[in-house]
Design a protein around this ligand. Structure first.
Ligand code: ATP
Ligand code: MG
Length: 158
C-alpha cells in the first residue's frame, strides 16, 4: 500500500528502541517532510529486521548502529551502518547468496542460517529496489538499499 516512509521508519526504529540490547546505541538521521513509497509493509519491515538484527549481532559492545535516510528525486536510499567486525572486500557480494556465512568461526559463535540477506535481497528487488554493502574490515559495515518513491514533499515535522 501507499506508505508515508519517514513516519513508517520512525515507527520501526521506535520499536527497536523499546528493547535495545544495553550495549548498543541506535541513532537515526531521517529528513523532515513526506515521501511516499508503494510497498508491502510487512515485507519491508522484514528487510529492516534482517539488516538491523545483523548489525546488532555483528557489533561489539558499546557499538553504534546508525540508520540514515537519503531522499533523492525518485528514490530513497536507506543505509544501516554498524561499527562491527566488517566483511572482507572480496566477500561483499557473496553475503547476499543463500546460505553464505562469512567464516566458520563466526558461524559457531553467532548461529543463524545464512538466509537472512538472501531473503532481504529478494524482498528489496520485489519492490524494484537495489541492495549492496560497503565495509572496512575491522571498522564496520554499511548495508544500503533503495526504494522507488511515488512522490515527496519537503516540510517540517515528522
Ligand atoms: P541468518 O539467516 O540468521 O540471518 P546470518 O546472519 O549468518 O544468518 P545473513 O544475514 O544472510 O546470515 O548474513 C550472511 C553473512 O554475512 C553472515 O553470516 C555474516 O558473516 C555476514 N554479515 C552480514 N551482516 C553483517 C554485518 N553487519 N557485519 C559483519 N558481517 C555481516
Ligand atoms: Mg542475519
Amino acid at each position: 500500500e501507499r506508505t508515508e516512509f519517514m513516519g513508517y521508519v520512525h515507527q520501526v526504529l521506535d520499536r527497536y528502541e523499546m528493547n535495545l540490547p544495553e550495549t548498543i546505541t541506535l541513532e537515526r538521521q531521517i529528513p523532515k517532510g513526506k515521501s511516499f513509497v508503494w510497498m508491502d509493509r510487512d515485507k519491508v519491515t522484514q528487510v529492516f529486521d534482517n539488516i538491523i538484527t545483523n548489525a546488532f549481532k555483528y557489533s561489539p559492545e558499546g557499538g553504534k548502529v546508525r540508520v540514515n535516510l537519503d531522499v533523492r528525486r525518485h528514490m530513497v536510499i536507506i543505509s544501516i551502518q554498524d561499527e562491527g567486525m566488517g566483511i572482507p572486500y572480496d566477500k561483499l557480494d557473496k553475503i547476499f547468496d543463500r546460505f553464505y556465512r562469512a567464516d566458520r568461526a563466526r558461524t559457531r559463535k553467532f548461529g543463524g542460517t545464512g538466509l537472512g540477506l538472501a531473503i532481504t535481497k529478494e524482498l528489496v528487488e520485489a519492490h524494484h529496489g537495489k541492495i549492496w554493502a560497503q565495509s572496512k574490515e575491522g571498522r564496520g559495515t554499511t548495508i544500503l538499499f533503495t526504494l522507488p518513491l511515488m512522490g515527496s514533499k519537503r516540510g517540517r515535522g515528522r
